[in-house]
Design a protein around this ligand. Structure first.
Ligand code: FMN
Length: 219
């Protein structure tokens, strides 16, 4: 199990390399991850912006087997529904099927994850109008992405997940969160069984428009 001192040089990795190779790593080894390493990820996570600079994030670092077991149960409940939907979507797509297998692996091994970081938001949950809702959720995902990039640079495996907190009520009870703190995402962290590698995404020109929707951005 590498210590923080052994992996911290990874944080000097070029940003574009980290971004190009950060992908969901769900197959994790059960070897422990020290607090210093988790703290380094969180220090970088909270460099992210929040709406109105409220910094209304809260993080729960879960190591307790009972708490992990409860989150694993929630993940399995949601996964048993979502995997059926994903299966119809991916059909014969090889990459999609690999993702499905990785999701199943996480569902089967969630309890073995050494650390799960649950990212939460403090304050009343936003329902309406849309700009309030987007600002609310938009105040946690930049921090989660920073955390994922920090994990990647340190060589830690990580994935952004929401299924383990599909029921705010049950996740709040599991984590002992006060009523005004909502769990939004969970990031299982651990040393990866596999490797990071380049992500495959749709081309920029396919998803970008110039001035108005439909006018090509590229050339
Ligand atoms: C909002 C959001 C929620 C997600 N929830 C889950 C989840 O609950 N479980 C999971 O295994 N992956 C989850 N993912 C990860 C995506 O499935 C993954 O990022 C996507 O398939 C692309 O794969 P890659 O990250 O390996 O490139 C989520 C991603 C996002 C952005």
């Amino acid at each position: 199990m590498p210590s923080f001192a052994e992996v911290k040089a990874g944080l000097a990795m070029p940003l574009s390399d980290a971004m190009e190779t950060q992908r969901s790593i769900r197959r994790l080894r059960s070897d422990p991850v020290d607090d210093e390493t988790v703290r380094a990820c969180l220090e970088l996570a909270i460099k992210a912006p929040t709406g109105g600079n409220l910094q209304n994030w809260e993080f729960v670092v879960v190591r307790d087997p009972d708490v992990k077991h409860q989150l694993a149960r929630l993940n399995r409940q949601a996964w048993s529904v979502m995997r059926r939907i994903y299966r119809t979507q991916v059909r014969n797509d090889e990459k999609g099927l690999r993702g499905l297998a990785a999701g199943q692996w996480l569902a089967d091994h969630f309890e073995e994850t050494p650390v799960v970081v649950v990212a939460c938001l403090r304050g009343p949950r936003a329902w309406f109008p849309p700009v309030v809702v987007t600002s609310y959720y938009g105040s946690i995902f930049p921090a989660v992405q920073n955390l994922l990039l920090a994990a990647r640079a340190l060589g830690l495996g990580a994935a952004l997940t929401t299924l383990p907190v599909w029921s705010s009520w049950m996740a709040r009870r599991t984590l002992g969160l006060p009523w005004n703190v909502s769990p939004i995402a969970a990031v299982p962290l651990g040393w990866p069984q596999g490797r990071y590698g380049p992500t495959i995404r749709r081309p920029v020109d396919e998803v970008t428009h110039l001035d108005r929707y439909g006018k090509p951005f590229g050339g």
